[in-house]
Design a protein around this ligand. Structure first.
Ligand code: GNR
Ligand code: NI
Length: 174
């Protein structure tokens, strides 16, 4: 397993649509393992492959709180089959928008189907933080970020700060 670099805004790859996978093999599992290590070390509770620069429909999630009780979830080709009418609001963060957080309203529950780590078809109902996290990650696979749900003013402010932050980092390196 090895840690990979996380892509941050503004980077055009984050706006691209990821591609459906055709098979589950050891090479793919190696990528999933790297994604999990990258997510744990960030730390974060979810990560989409595009965030490590790979345009494939892959997600890793672990919303467990205690470090000694890890509960990783690997989702290949996840599809949201249905979403509830009732909504919930969570304060969201994103490893591709470091340092920025906002309350986002999303459907409270959703049903998803996906392929698991071993290539088996699965279906689950998600609620609470897991439901929000899955929707946040599936958005990544479609080139959507949580700032897209904010007003243009708030979104532009965050993007401006991220551009400025990147310029400052470049000044230090160059
Ligand atoms: O670490 C993360 N926390 C989080 C909190 C609320 C809703 C979604 C998330 S996902 C985020 C990691 C990330 O950027 N995943 O794409
Ligand atoms: Ni994110």
């Amino acid at each position: 397993m090895s840690k990979r670099e996380i892509v941050t805004e503004p980077d055009p790859i984050l706006r691209k649509k990821s591609e459906t996978l055709e098979k589950v093999d050891d090479e793919l599992r190696n990528l999933l393992d790297d994604m999990l290590e990258t997510m744990y070390s960030a730390p974060g509770i979810g990560l989409a492959a595009v965030q490590v620069g790979v345009l494939k429909r892959l997600i890793v999630i672990d919303i467990s709180k205690e470090k000694d009780k890890k509960n990783p979830l690997f989702l290949i080709n996840p599809e949201i089959i249905s979403k509830s009418k009732n909504t919930s609001i969570y304060e969201e963060g994103c490893l591709s928008l470091p340092g920025h957080y906002a309350e986002i309203e999303r459907p409270a529950e959703c049903y998803i189907k996906y392929i698991d780590y071993y290539g088996n078809k699965k279906e689950i109902k998600a609620n609470g933080l897991l439901s929000t996290c899955i929707q946040h990650e599936v958005d990544h696979l479609n080139g959507i970020l949580f700032i897209d749900y904010l007003s243009k003013l708030k979104k532009d402010m965050i993007l401006k700060k991220l551009v400025k932050h990147k310029k400052e980092i470049n000044k230090i390196i160059l």
